[in-house]
Design a protein around this ligand. Structure first.
Ligand code: ADP
Ligand code: ZN
Length: 214
């Protein structure tokens, strides 16, 4: 099963993808995480991607599709959750092509939506453990000790692109790209929309209901 989780930055799609992939034992493919991992290892992909990421712009489709193809063709799990990908029509078409060549297809596309004000509120309060990657929110999911990870004792950092100015840019980019993307998937009968304001657990339950066999 191949599931796409789409949604603006801060909608919680990364958290949902993480929980879901563990529950179902699926692979979790987050293009943002893969780019950050490349950057940490200072690969040529990471250095190139960072020019775009630091301004909240999209990394060019050819680079994004290359890491996708590498991931999909080497995946051994029975399913994949695509998180934050595809974001452009070019990526959506590229993904369809990659899957078609493997005799596979997308089963389900879920858009998790949230208002801009709520997104900015959530993202400016987001902190990530530099060691294990666990995500906290200072408002509704704070660590027990200030700036220290509950799980591993690592230091909690704010992502470089989680400042209000860069977030606003990411939202404009998202808005522009998503209209097209929704049209691309709208007529497929596979598209679902969930409002994230209902909270993490209810969003998760809703997703499970959507993907469980009828
Ligand atoms: P968010 O959804 O919160 O913006 P991500 O971690 O998904 O965060 O992405 C961070 C950055 O990585 C994006 O702003 C963009 O520069 C780059 N990126 C991630 N996914 C894609 C993609 N599918 N296409 C192009 N660029 C991407
Ligand atoms: Zn940690």
């Amino acid at each position: 099963m191949k599931i796409i989780l789409a949604g603006p930055p801060g909608s919680g799609k990364g958290t949902q993808a993480e929980i879901l992939s563990q529950k179902l034992d699926y692979a979790h493919f987050s293009t943002g995480n893969v780019f950050r991992d490349h950057l940490a290892r200072k690969t040529s992909i990471g250095i190139k991607a960072n020019d775009y990421m630091k301004e909240g712009k999209l990394v060019p489709d050819d680079v994004t599709l290359q890491i996708t193809k590498d991931f999909v063709t080497t995946n051994t799990r029975k399913g994949i959750i695509f998180d934050g990908f595809p974001r452009t029509i070019g990526q959506a078409q590229g993904l369809d092509k990659i899957l078609t060549e493997l005799n596979d297809k997308i089963d389900c596309v879920i858009f998790i939506e949230l208002s801009d004000d709520e997104i900015i509120r959530r993202l400016t309060a987001r902190r990530t453990c530099e060691r294990c990657g666990t995500i906290y929110n200072l408002d509704f999911n704070p660590p027990k000790q200030n700036n220290i990870c509950d799980k591993c004792g690592g230091k909690l950092l704010q992502r470089a692109d989680d400042t209000e100015a860069v977030i606003r840019n990411r939202l404009v980019v998202y808005e522009n790209q998503t209209k097209e993307l929704k049209n691309y998937y709208k007529n497929s009968g596979k598209m679902h929309v969930i409002d994230a304001i209902i909270g993490r657990d209810k969003v998760q339950a809703h997703i499970l209901k959507i993907i469980s066999p009828q």
